[in-house]
Design a protein around this ligand. Structure first.
Ligand code: NI
Length: 169
Protein backbone atom coordinates (compact mmCIF):
# COMPACT_ATOMS: atom_id res chain seq x y z
CA UNK A 1 0.00 0.00 0.00
CA UNK A 2 1.12 3.46 -0.74
CA UNK A 3 -1.14 6.13 0.59
CA UNK A 4 -0.46 9.62 -0.66
CA UNK A 5 -0.99 12.63 1.61
CA UNK A 6 -4.09 14.60 0.54
CA UNK A 7 -3.77 18.39 0.53
CA UNK A 8 -6.32 20.11 2.74
CA UNK A 9 -8.15 23.33 1.96
CA UNK A 10 -7.07 26.18 2.12
CA UNK A 11 -3.66 24.88 0.98
CA UNK A 12 -2.50 27.18 -1.85
CA UNK A 13 -1.32 24.18 -3.89
CA UNK A 14 -4.98 23.24 -4.45
CA UNK A 15 -5.21 26.30 -6.68
CA UNK A 16 -2.41 25.29 -9.06
CA UNK A 17 -3.44 24.59 -12.65
CA UNK A 18 -2.44 21.09 -13.77
CA UNK A 19 -0.40 20.43 -16.92
CA UNK A 20 -1.36 17.83 -19.54
CA UNK A 21 -0.10 14.29 -19.08
CA UNK A 22 2.32 13.51 -21.91
CA UNK A 23 4.11 10.34 -20.76
CA UNK A 24 2.07 7.14 -20.50
CA UNK A 25 4.71 5.06 -18.78
CA UNK A 26 5.28 2.88 -15.73
CA UNK A 27 5.68 5.92 -13.49
CA UNK A 28 2.23 7.15 -14.53
CA UNK A 29 0.74 3.70 -13.85
CA UNK A 30 2.29 3.72 -10.36
CA UNK A 31 0.83 7.18 -9.73
CA UNK A 32 -2.60 5.93 -10.87
CA UNK A 33 -2.38 2.86 -8.59
CA UNK A 34 -1.38 4.97 -5.60
CA UNK A 35 -4.19 7.42 -6.26
CA UNK A 36 -6.79 4.62 -6.36
CA UNK A 37 -5.44 3.18 -3.10
CA UNK A 38 -5.54 6.62 -1.50
CA UNK A 39 -9.08 7.33 -2.75
CA UNK A 40 -10.50 3.96 -1.63
CA UNK A 41 -8.77 4.25 1.74
CA UNK A 42 -10.28 7.72 2.27
CA UNK A 43 -13.72 6.45 1.15
CA UNK A 44 -13.90 8.93 -1.68
CA UNK A 45 -15.54 8.48 -5.09
CA UNK A 46 -13.02 10.62 -6.96
CA UNK A 47 -9.54 12.03 -6.56
CA UNK A 48 -7.74 14.54 -8.75
CA UNK A 49 -3.94 14.52 -9.01
CA UNK A 50 -3.91 18.13 -7.78
CA UNK A 51 -5.17 16.91 -4.39
CA UNK A 52 -2.07 14.77 -3.92
CA UNK A 53 0.24 17.57 -5.07
CA UNK A 54 0.83 16.06 -8.53
CA UNK A 55 -0.02 18.80 -10.99
CA UNK A 56 -0.91 16.85 -14.12
CA UNK A 57 -4.34 16.34 -15.70
CA UNK A 58 -5.13 12.99 -14.11
CA UNK A 59 -8.25 11.91 -12.22
CA UNK A 60 -9.31 8.60 -10.70
CA UNK A 61 -13.00 7.87 -10.08
CA UNK A 62 -15.10 4.99 -8.81
CA UNK A 63 -18.73 5.75 -8.02
CA UNK A 64 -19.73 2.07 -7.66
CA UNK A 65 -20.88 0.58 -4.35
CA UNK A 66 -18.55 -2.39 -4.77
CA UNK A 67 -15.44 -0.40 -5.72
CA UNK A 68 -15.18 -2.45 -8.89
CA UNK A 69 -15.56 0.22 -11.56
CA UNK A 70 -12.29 2.15 -11.51
CA UNK A 71 -12.23 4.90 -14.10
CA UNK A 72 -9.02 6.65 -15.16
CA UNK A 73 -9.58 10.07 -16.72
CA UNK A 74 -6.57 11.79 -18.27
CA UNK A 75 -6.44 15.12 -20.12
CA UNK A 76 -10.26 15.45 -20.01
CA UNK A 77 -12.23 17.93 -22.09
CA UNK A 78 -15.96 18.56 -21.97
CA UNK A 79 -17.44 18.03 -25.45
CA UNK A 80 -21.05 18.60 -24.42
CA UNK A 81 -22.93 19.68 -21.32
CA UNK A 82 -26.71 19.66 -20.88
CA UNK A 83 -28.57 22.93 -20.47
CA UNK A 84 -30.49 21.30 -17.67
CA UNK A 85 -28.77 21.77 -14.35
CA UNK A 86 -29.01 19.98 -11.03
CA UNK A 87 -28.00 21.01 -7.55
CA UNK A 88 -26.23 18.17 -5.77
CA UNK A 89 -24.73 17.96 -2.32
CA UNK A 90 -20.94 17.78 -2.75
CA UNK A 91 -18.10 16.96 -0.46
CA UNK A 92 -14.36 16.72 -1.04
CA UNK A 93 -11.49 14.76 0.49
CA UNK A 94 -9.58 18.06 0.63
CA UNK A 95 -12.36 19.72 2.65
CA UNK A 96 -13.22 16.96 5.15
CA UNK A 97 -16.59 17.12 6.87
CA UNK A 98 -18.01 19.90 4.70
CA UNK A 99 -20.96 19.29 2.36
CA UNK A 100 -22.93 21.83 0.37
CA UNK A 101 -25.05 22.16 -2.72
CA UNK A 102 -23.43 23.02 -6.06
CA UNK A 103 -25.34 23.58 -9.31
CA UNK A 104 -23.86 21.96 -12.42
CA UNK A 105 -25.06 20.62 -15.78
CA UNK A 106 -27.03 17.41 -15.15
CA UNK A 107 -25.30 15.49 -17.95
CA UNK A 108 -21.93 15.82 -19.61
CA UNK A 109 -20.01 14.10 -22.35
CA UNK A 110 -16.25 14.31 -22.10
CA UNK A 111 -13.34 12.98 -24.06
CA UNK A 112 -10.35 11.77 -22.12
CA UNK A 113 -7.44 9.38 -22.35
CA UNK A 114 -7.17 6.19 -20.31
CA UNK A 115 -4.04 4.95 -18.54
CA UNK A 116 -2.61 3.69 -21.83
CA UNK A 117 -3.20 6.97 -23.63
CA UNK A 118 -6.26 5.81 -25.62
CA UNK A 119 -8.85 8.53 -26.23
CA UNK A 120 -12.50 7.70 -25.64
CA UNK A 121 -15.73 9.53 -24.88
CA UNK A 122 -17.54 9.14 -21.60
CA UNK A 123 -21.23 10.00 -21.15
CA UNK A 124 -22.19 10.78 -17.61
CA UNK A 125 -25.23 11.67 -15.57
CA UNK A 126 -26.13 11.56 -11.89
CA UNK A 127 -23.30 11.05 -9.42
CA UNK A 128 -20.75 10.30 -12.14
CA UNK A 129 -21.51 13.61 -13.90
CA UNK A 130 -21.14 15.50 -10.62
CA UNK A 131 -17.91 13.68 -9.81
CA UNK A 132 -16.31 14.25 -13.23
CA UNK A 133 -17.09 17.98 -13.15
CA UNK A 134 -15.93 18.33 -9.53
CA UNK A 135 -12.62 16.58 -10.28
CA UNK A 136 -12.07 18.50 -13.51
CA UNK A 137 -12.41 21.70 -11.47
CA UNK A 138 -9.58 20.50 -9.22
CA UNK A 139 -7.30 20.27 -12.27
CA UNK A 140 -8.08 23.94 -12.94
CA UNK A 141 -7.21 24.84 -9.35
CA UNK A 142 -10.81 25.16 -8.27
CA UNK A 143 -12.29 23.63 -5.11
CA UNK A 144 -16.09 23.19 -4.74
CA UNK A 145 -16.23 25.69 -1.88
CA UNK A 146 -15.24 28.34 -4.45
CA UNK A 147 -18.87 28.13 -5.66
CA UNK A 148 -20.23 29.07 -2.22
CA UNK A 149 -20.72 32.56 -0.83
CA UNK A 150 -17.71 34.42 0.56
CA UNK A 151 -19.28 34.24 3.99
CA UNK A 152 -19.63 30.46 3.88
CA UNK A 153 -16.18 30.02 2.36
CA UNK A 154 -14.55 32.11 5.07
CA UNK A 155 -16.32 30.10 7.76
CA UNK A 156 -15.07 26.87 6.16
CA UNK A 157 -11.53 28.28 5.89
CA UNK A 158 -11.51 29.20 9.59
CA UNK A 159 -12.88 25.78 10.56
CA UNK A 160 -10.31 23.91 8.43
CA UNK A 161 -7.39 25.94 9.79
CA UNK A 162 -8.58 25.28 13.34
CA UNK A 163 -8.83 21.54 12.66
CA UNK A 164 -5.36 21.52 11.11
CA UNK A 165 -3.88 23.38 14.10
CA UNK A 166 -5.51 20.92 16.47
CA UNK A 167 -4.21 17.89 14.58
CA UNK A 168 -0.68 19.30 14.69
CA UNK A 169 -0.71 19.54 18.51
NI1 NI B 1 -12.67 17.31 -4.37
Amino acid sequence: MALLPILCYPDARLHKVAKPVTQFDAALQTQIDHMFETMYDAKGVGLAATQVDFHHRLIVIDVSEEHDQPLVVINPEVVWASEEKTVAEEGCLSVPGIYDGVERPSQVRIKAQDGQGQWREIEAEGLLAVCIQHEMDHLMGKVFVDYLSTLKRNRIKTKMLKLQRESEK
